[in-house]
Design a protein around this ligand. Structure first.
Ligand SMILES: [Zn+2]
Length: 177
């Protein structure tokens, strides 16, 4: 294949890829297939199916022991394919609340954080979602004071790892350093 910019030969390579396309800052794809132009330095990554990836990431986010931030709230809403007003209706809050959470004006409060996570579990259709286990996990996090309002800094990386032969990914959260 040739580079669409300069028609030079594209070289294939494999490297860890910062997956900002998903809308979060801390997600990486391990051993991502890439095409790179040695002439103009343009590059393209072979990304996972965006729906599949967003469900995997959502499943990871709802199990974190600290409060969701603005971009995670937005990410989770989009992973359910809901508009702001639709999510507001389901959470019984005002649409302006959703707007404030997603635009860093106010933080989501702990109870709405829990309700948003429970909603994700109910709405996402992925059969790999172990709904009962996830709800029990949430009951643990929120019930046993494991839930922390402050976020670790830096926030642990979420890593998508390709599973060879399945054209699929498994996910791993890096240990905080
Ligand atoms: Zn090029």
């Amino acid at each position: 294949m040739d580079c669409p910019n300069c028609n030079f030969w594209l070289k294939r390579k494999i490297e860890n890829y910062h997956y900002i396309e998903c809308g979060l800052e801390n997600v990486w794809i391990e051993n991502c297939k890439m095409f790179v132009c040695l002439n103009c330095k343009g590059q393209a990554a072979v990304l996972p199916d965006a729906n599949l990836a967003s469900e995997l990431i959502a499943e990871t986010l709802i199990q974190q022991c600290f409060k969701l931030n603005y971009e995670e709230v937005r990410f989770l809403r989009k992973s359910m394919r809901l508009r702001e007003d639709e999510l507001a209706l389901l959470l019984r809050v005002k649409p302006t609340d959703i707007f404030s959470w997603e635009n860093k004006i106010t933080e989501i409060d702990s109870l709405d954080d829990l309700r948003l996570r429970l909603l994700i579990i109910d709405i996402i259709k992925n059969p790999l979602f172990k709904k009962i286990e996830l709800k029990l996990k949430l009951a643990d996090i929120f019930g046993n004071c494991d839930y922390r309002k402050s976020r670790p800094n830096p926030i642990p990386k979420i890593i998508l790892k390709p599973v060879p032969t399945h054209f699929n990914f498994r996910i791993e959260v890096a240990k905080p350093t």
